[in-house]
Design a protein around this ligand. Structure first.
Ligand code: CS2
Ligand code: MN
Length: 354
């Protein structure tokens, strides 16, 4: 595996590449052209500039998170082929730049969903939290406002104001899209992009839905073991794979993450590893990465990845805000650096004892 951290680019991130370079054991970053909306063309020059900037800092660009999917593709709209062509074009340019892993998601309308971005924990840190009862009582139109008000001025990944200002229109697009249709639309997309992935050896890593159940009545299909197996079964091309995100799959305490890892062996192209604390049914907060701070067994998760022969990029995921750092919620330097060091420690121990 390669330990990495997510970096949004210097125009958006409070964390610098020079800081990431000093986190022991972190050799790469996962980045993106953060200003690109779904469906936009990625210019070759912009990709090259991003890569050069990262390499000049002594790190590698280990993959892209994300190249987002236009809603026309997810809903199977009549103009989806136009957007798939653009997507293929972007993959081609990424491939030519030597990038071999692309993360994306297939969540309708909303990406990850939280109800609180700075919940105070007993140790004085703040963290992101979710409470289903708040979601049940809120109008989806107010959701982007709720996130924006708490984002400390940072643009939150997946919550681009340009897109979410069209929320009514987006909901209307998904009116007739149920789980079956979403799977069909995904298969159509996968089948069309696999040739370019073969050509440039690009691993596509679909990110699980977060939380792992339907929100606001919208269908969600990347939620647990059976659905992930069905999803992988849409294509036997090895480039069609997943991002194993413990924080997303772990929102449902019924999800046995080590068992999911074993079931997806060979198809996990990227890993997001973080811990959550479940406080009541449908209610959780993001914990520090350490097992003892949350509800997950991080040793068992890392061991399962090791045993499955995982060799892709891995990153600590959301961290708490600690030590007075002001950063994008979930993406400060300090707690993610602690997370990376901890995950590296687990990995070293597992490796030496195996
Ligand atoms: C990420 C997701 O910050 C996060 O929660 O894990 O936003 C992820 O980047 C996307 O869903 C992948 O497309
Ligand atoms: Mn994730």
């Amino acid at each position: 595996m390669q330990m990495t951290m997510r970096w949004f680019g210097k125009a958006y991130d409070s964390v610098t590449l020079a800081q990431i370079r000093q986190v022991p054991g972190v050799t790469g970053v996962i980045s993106t052209l953060y200003n690109k909306l779904p469906g936009e063309v990625w210019e070759q020059e912009a990709i090259a500039a991003l890569k050069q900037e990262i390499e000049a800092a002594g790190l590698s660009l280990a993959g892209i998170e994300s190249v987002n999917i236009h809603d026309a593709i997810k809903t199977g709209a009549p103009d989806r082929d136009k957007y798939i062509d653009t997507y293929i074009n972007t993959l081609e340019r990424l491939g030519q730049a030597g990038i071999h892993m692309v993360c994306y998601n297939f969540m309708p309308v909303f990406d990850w969903t939280r109800t609180e971005l700075a919940k105070l924990r007993p140790d004085g840190s703040t963290t992101m939290a979710y409470d289903q009862s708040i979601i049940d009582s809120i109008d989806p139109n107010d959701m982007s406002g709720l996130i924006e008000r708490q984002s400390k001025g940072f643009v939150m990944a997946g919550w681009e104001p340009e897109r979410l200002s069209r929320i009514k229109e987006l909901f209307a697009m998904y009116k007739d899209v149920d789980e079956t249709r979403l799977f069909e639309n995904m298969k159509y997309f996968i089948d069309r992009i696999m040739p370019v992935c073969d050509k440039y050896n690009i691993n596509m890593a679909i990110h699980p839905d977060d939380p792992s159940w339907s929100v606001f009545g919208l269908p969600r299909i990347v939620t647990g073991k059976e659905k992930l197996q069905r999803l992988i079964g849409l294509s036997n091309n090895i480039h069609h794979g997943v991002t194993l995100c413990t924080g997303s799959l772990g929102t449902n305490p019924q999800n046995d993450i080590p068992a999911i890892i074993a079931a997806l062996k060979g198809r996990i192209h990227f890993a997001h590893v973080r811990n959550l604390l479940h406080t009541a049914p449908g209610k959780f907060e993001e914990a520090a990465h350490l097992s003892c701070d949350g509800s997950m067994d991080m040793f068992a998760i890392m061991k399962a990845l090791y045993d499955a022969g995982f060799d892709g990029p891995i990153r600590p995921d959301h961290g708490r805000a600690i030590w007075g750092e002001v950063a994008m919620p979930g993406y400060g330097l300090y707690d993610r650096a602690l997370g990376a060091a901890y995950l590296n420690g687990l990995w070293e121990a597992i490796k030496k004892m195996s």
